[in-house]
Design a protein around this ligand. Structure first.
Ligand SMILES: Cc1cc2nc3c(=O)[nH]c(=O)nc-3n(C[C@H](O)[C@H](O)[C@H](O)COP(=O)(O)OP(=O)(O)OC[C@H]3O[C@@H](n4cnc5c(N)ncnc54)[C@H](O)[C@@H]3O)c2cc1C
Length: 383
């Protein structure tokens, strides 16, 4: 399957046969979407050869840099989505995230990804509180038939005053989740080629342009999310950088839930007595529209101030580590999962809840290529 591959002379016959010969499906990107797609393809078509190509020599994708919320939307974010995209799109997004979480929990056991059933909790600035609290019944009715659960959101008096609680959510360790998905893919016989930077696709000739020359493909699924513009050119998926800080362990600090603020733009939780706090992109949208993994001092400072003044209520703390990760967002919140020609499909634009939606999108992507009857996937809009 290789042609003009500059590294070909460095590969043994064994390696060439294993990595590049008779590949049926080539997947670009080994994040949660790429791995889920690969697993689905091998489960439904075990004889197919599936190859995953990834640029990383060290992890760069969002799937191991996120906050590990297993969530499907807070009240303020859902209301914002209804205003921006309408009720129908909002229903579908919540349903896809809910189904994605259920697929993930069926695939990776609770202990293998340290899944913890901790409620999602939303807190507000005083000025906004009454407005959002009053909308709980409307949102509950709105999503009841999507989740098949009554009264998903409830008001409680909690650590930070009046809080909106969603007892259906949880949290997990994203690195453990991804290590397990990769293991499952390898056990199913998925082949990995890493350290390959794909710079373009020659769709009509079924060829990938890479830093090591040209690699041919039969069928290609692009799962590079926030990095996709560099490969696909103009497409409605922009990179959106998110900053995260984690503190050293703080004596006596614990939280019973995973917290959301500011329509999902800020989020925090506790892990091993540490505070993990992320977001703040709404403060500097222009500088954060990038796929470069750097830290933005203005946002890091905002997160530190928020930790000091509100979350940790004056407790002493030290920041142990800061990092950033890259989301894929666009004018529409729906992921893009479609064939862009007979042999090339994209499965990108996961937004801020890719841990939730990723497994569902993998199932959809694989079923479209395998032309499975995806009647249980009717929620999804393909265009
Ligand atoms: C800081 C942060 C916090 C988040 N918190 C949450 C959360 O709590 N809950 C939640 O549900 N979601 C969260 N998300 C979103 C979620 O992490 C993403 O939506 C999801 O991981 C996207 O998965 P993916 O597989 O589409 O892309 P990625 O995980 O980004 O994977 C893309 C892959 O493509 C590869 N790649 C890129 N360019 C190339 C190239 N040129 N050639 C070859 N390979 C390439 C990369 O190496 C990478 O492995 C968060 C995201 C961030 C950044």
């Amino acid at each position: 399957m290789s042609s003009n591959l500059l590294l070909d002379h460095k590969l043994s016959w064994w390696e060439s046969e294993y990595l590049l010969k008779d590949v049926d499906y080539t997947i670009l990107g080994s994040g949660i979407v790429g791995l889920s797609t690969a697993i689905e393809l091998k489960q439904f078509s075990p004889k197919s050869k599936v190859l995953i190509i990834d640029k990383k020599t060290y992890p760069i994708g969002a799937s191991t840099k996120n906050a590990g919320f297993a969530c499907f939307g807070s009240v303020s974010e859902i209301l914002d989505d209804i205003d921006s995209f309408g009720e129908d799109v909002c229903h579908k997004l919540i349903a896809m995230r809910w189904q994605g979480l259920n697929i993930l929990k069926g695939r990776v056991s609770i202990s293998e990804m340290d899944y913890q059933h901790r409620p999602g909790i939303e807190i507000f600035d005083e000025d906004d509180e009454d407005y959002y609290h009053a909308r709980i019944p409307h949102i509950n009715t709105h999503i009841e038939h999507v989740l098949n659960k009554k009264d998903c959101f409830n008001l409680r008096k909690g650590k930070y005053g009046k809080e909106i609680v969603n007892s259906l959510e949880g949290c997990l360790n994203p690195q453990m989740m991804m290590a397990n998905l990769e293991l499952q893919a390898r056990k199913l016989g998925v082949v990995f080629l890493q350290g390959i930077n794909v710079v373009g696709i020659e769709k009509n000739n079924c060829e990938l342009e890479t830093n090591v020359g040209v690699i041919s493909f039969k069928n290609l699924i692009v799962c590079t999310n926030g990095f996709s513009e560099r490969i696909l050119g103009r497409i409605d998926v922009q990179p959106a950088r998110n900053q995260v800080i984690v503190t050293s362990p703080i004596a006596g600090f614990s939280l019973d839930g995973c917290y959301h603020m500011h329509k999902g733009y800020v989020y925090f939780r506790e892990v091993d007595s540490r505070l993990i706090l992320g977001g703040g992109r709404h403060l500097a949208k222009e500088t954060e529209t990038t796929d470069v993994l750097e830290n933005t001092e203005q946002i890091i400072q905002y997160l530190k101030d928020l930790a000091a003044t509100k979350i940790l209520e004056g407790k002493d703390f030290e920041v142990d580590k800061v990092w950033s990760g890259i989301l894929g967002v666009g004018a529409d919140k729906m992921p893009i999962v479609k064939k862009i020609n007979e042999n090339v499909m994209v499965a990108i634009r996961m937004g801020g809840m890719g841990v939730a939606i990723g497994s569902y999108i993998g199932r959809v992507a694989a079923s479209i290529f395998l032309e499975e009857d995806n009647s249980d996937l009717q929620l999804f809009v393909r265009s």
